[in-house]
Design a protein around this ligand. Structure first.
Ligand code: HEC
Ligand code: HEC
Ligand code: HEC
Ligand code: HEC
Ligand code: HEC
Ligand code: HEC
Ligand code: HEC
Ligand code: HEC
Length: 499
């Protein structure tokens, strides 16, 4: 990457380059700067060193990686500074990149080291992945929450500590620590440099380290101390950076499991999940490129949403993409109805016809100018169907897609009915909502309504999209949604009579 060429760290490394002892045959040499890190860290943090040694980056240089044929190439940089080109990717190669851009840079073993290795640092060698990830909702997940007043109201109603005063519940605003442990755990915190602090390290005496707020965190949309957005670590855990890890469904489960977003639970009860859990030890989880049939027999999350797939002759079935939405045409996560996928990954810019920061109005009219059109939807659906077609016939796939379209309609109808009921409650003064300039998420009937779209309707749609029917029926889908409508109606009747 050209921007690295001038960096101080690169210049420093160039002078220090040496051909240290290779610890595996054909392994790239380790730079002198990294050797200095290892000399201490072999003892200071042995688990980190051992983990790094297991990964490909510890034994491969950029120059070696660039020699791979296109479909096997794991790096997308076309050039790099001489310092980075011919050495293994070691401690110094990551932790001293772009030192001037990093507010968390500190002088450590005579090197300008930073703790938080960011998506922008990885982009030095993996620019394509970083650019694509920048178009993924995940990279914007911090701002998508904190810049949306309606979502922040929901967060406050959930995270605030309740205090009963004179028979009424009052909320204490949540602390930064609470937010970091709740919504921002997954969506990403803002990591900020608070200055240096001295610490006694035992064998190495007193050393200075940066004091970071919002840390630790590996939320997908983390705001980093170099100003970049997003983090690669949720799926590429340090320091092995194993491809098998990124491709396995457990990795996504960390965040995609709750009743609001029950994808992993759907996958667990799906036939695809069944095959994965029973048979994946026989599969090739590290192969690049990856061939359905030959390397594995049923899809993981990565197969349908991210991976480069080729057929047995080497023909590309679908390209790898860290954008992910290039195979997603409809936003299933209904806040409050499903709708065409947003054009921009920054959803905080969306305003509906009623001025709310939502992609549909409460009666279901979409904010169309912020959403992709029908043609783009068709292109994206065709890409996803191409993945299914690697293993299924056209009739099978079209049949399932038609059921998904129907499930989306069914779920939206459940949301519509419950929304009409909560609107009646607001109209009758039985609850206080937006028209009264009050939170729509704090009163009992509003909570029941919230569960309708946030839990049950989402579950119905996800179960159909990722073919795990159980999660769409009795577990937390159609049964709960249909019961909710009845309960809301009963509550309304009873309170109307009392009034
Ligand atoms: C003189 C010995 C020494 C050298 C040389 C050294 N380190 Fe460290 N490093 C330490 C010790 C000791 C710690 C403290 C570990 C702890 O907090 O328990 C540490 C901590 C760190 C941290 C974590 C800081 C934090 O507060 O989270 C990072 C990152 C790090 N080192 C990277 C490097 C890199 C990269 C190099 C080489 C460029 C390097 N170190 C060279 C001894 C050293
Ligand atoms: C490919 C880039 C890369 C390489 C190579 C690398 N690191 Fe890291 N390191 C990271 C990332 C990423 C994190 C976690 C930051 C985050 O969550 O985003 C990290 C975190 C750390 C931490 C803080 C961990 C903690 O739990 O507090 C230490 C210490 C550290 N690295 C030391 C090292 C040492 C020593 C080496 C060499 C053996 C090394 N790193 C090699 C990318 C790298
Ligand atoms: C200095 C260049 C460089 C930097 C910086 C770098 N990488 Fe790499 N990366 C490589 C090379 C070289 C390989 C090995 C390619 C090969 O084996 O063909 C690699 C491989 C990988 C792989 C594939 C591993 C496997 O087992 O197949 C992943 C995932 C990865 N890097 C993620 C990251 C992440 C995340 C970061 C930032 C935290 C990062 N890289 C930073 C050069 C780099
Ligand atoms: C365990 C991880 C996790 C936690 C904790 C979490 N979320 Fe999420 N959130 C997700 C995932 C995953 C998605 C995306 C699901 C999808 O696209 O299907 C998401 C999406 C959202 C969205 C949609 C944003 C948009 O416009 O695209 C909102 C709003 C949201 N979450 C609110 C919250 C609030 C409020 C909290 C805290 C009370 C919270 N989340 C806590 C994982 C989490
Ligand atoms: C650390 C938490 C976390 C992990 C781990 C995670 N995600 Fe997400 N994901 C999120 C959040 C949060 C969002 C929603 C962001 C928003 O809407 O603002 C999201 C959104 C998505 C989206 C929607 C993207 C778009 O642009 O429409 C897809 C697809 C997705 N995740 C797939 C995956 C897959 C596949 C994995 C595992 C390989 C995974 N995620 C791992 C938190 C996570
Ligand atoms: C939500 C999960 C997720 C996040 C976040 C993520 N990746 Fe990946 N990444 C994957 C998956 C899944 C694969 C496997 C793709 C495949 O099978 O073709 C992958 C593969 C890779 C590879 C290996 C490519 C190859 O040719 O084998 C690299 C390099 C990589 N990612 C870099 C990054 C970088 C850099 C970032 C941050 C900008 C990042 N990834 C963020 C899920 C993720
Ligand atoms: C058989 C292929 C397949 C598998 C396996 C799969 N998905 Fe999906 N996924 C889909 C389809 C189809 C959709 C619906 C596309 C759309 O929303 O336009 C979807 C939608 C999504 C969405 C978008 C939801 C939204 O609100 O729009 C997320 C996030 C997601 N999947 C994550 C995952 C995760 C995490 C896993 C693994 C636990 C997984 N998927 C497994 C096919 C799959
Ligand atoms: C890597 C191969 C592979 C891919 C890709 C794949 N599937 Fe499957 N799928 C299978 C296998 C194998 C079965 C099990 C068939 C059986 O047991 O008879 C299956 C089963 C199913 C089932 C039956 C579920 C049940 O329990 O009745 C449906 C529906 C389905 N797939 C839909 C899809 C859709 C839709 C896509 C794309 C979004 C897709 N599959 C992608 C391999 C795949």
């Amino acid at each position: 990457m050209p921007q690295v060429l001038g960096s101080a760290a690169a210049a420093l490394l160039a002078g220090l380059l040496w051909a240290g002892p290779a610890w595996a045959e054909g392994a790239a040499p380790i730079s002198q700067a990294t050797q200095a890190c290892l000399d201490c860290h072999n003892e200071a943090t042995p688990a980190i060193v051992a983990d790094w040694q297991r990964g490909r980056m510890a034994r491969t240089s950029l120059a070696q990686a660039l020699k791979q044929p296109e479909l096997k190439r794991r790096v997308s940089a076309q050039q790099a500074s001489a310092a980075l080109l011919n050495v293994a990717v070691g401690c110094a190669e990551c932790h001293t990149l772009n030192p001037k851009a990093h507010a968390d840079t500190f002088s450590h073993g005579d090197q300008p080291v930073h703790v938080v290795v960011t998506s922008k640092d990885c982009a030095t060698c993996h620019p394509t992945e970083e650019t694509e990830y920048g178009r993924n909702l995940m990279s914007q997940a911090h701002g998508n929450l904190v810049n949306n007043p309606l979502y922040m109201d929901l967060a406050k109603q959930i995270n605030g500590a309740p205090l009963v005063q004179a028979g009424e519940v009052k909320l204490q605003p949540p602390s930064a620590q609470t937010e970091a442990e709740s919504c921002l755990y997954c969506h990403g915190t803002k990591v900020e440099m608070q200055g240096l602090q001295k610490r006694d390290t035992g064998d190495y005496g007193e050393m200075s380290f940066p004091r970071l707020s919002g840390w630790p965190n590996h939320g997908v949309g983390r705001i980093n101390p170099d100003g970049s957005k997003g983090s690669c670590t949720p799926c590429h855990s340090r320091h092995q950076f194993s491809l098998a890890l990124a491709r396995s469904p457990y990795t996504c489960a960390e965040c995609h499991k709750g009743p609001d977003v029950p994808v992993y639970r759907v996958y667990q009860v799906s036939k695809h999940g069944n095959l994965y859990f029973a048979l994946h030890k026989q599969w090739q989880m590290e192969a690049v490129p990856w061939t359905p049939g030959q390397d594995f027999s049923a899809p993981t999350c990565a197969v349908c949403h991210v991976s480069l797939l080729t057929d047995a002759t080497g023909k590309v079935i679908v390209k790898r993409s860290h954008q992910m939405s290039d195979r997603i045409w409809v936003r299933l996560l209904g806040l409050i109805y499903s709708h065409a996928h947003p054009k921009s990954p920054d959803t905080s810019i969306i305003k509906n016809a009623d001025g709310q920061s939502l992609a549909t109005t409460l009666d279901g009219r979409p904010a169309a100018k912020f959403l992709i059109d029908a043609q783009e939807q068709a292109r994206r659906q065709a890409r996803m169907k191409g993945v299914c077609r690697a293993c299924h016939s056209q009739q099978w796939v079209d049949g399932q897609m038609a059921r998904l379209a129907q499930s989306i309609k069914d779920a939206d109808a459940q949301v519509r009915a419950s929304t009409e009921l909560v609107q009646q409650a607001w109209g009758l003064g039985l609850a206080q909502g937006p028209a009264q300039k009050q939170s729509p998420f704090d009163q009992y009937i509003e909570r029941v309504w919230t569960e309708q779209w946030l839990f049950w309707a989402n579950s119905m749609r996800f179960a159909s999209a990722m073919v795990g029917a159980d999660m769409g029926v009795f577990e937390q889908g159609r049964w709960e949604a249909s019961k909710n409508v009845r309960q809301m109606q009963d509550w309304l009747e009873a309170h109307r009579k009392k009034k």
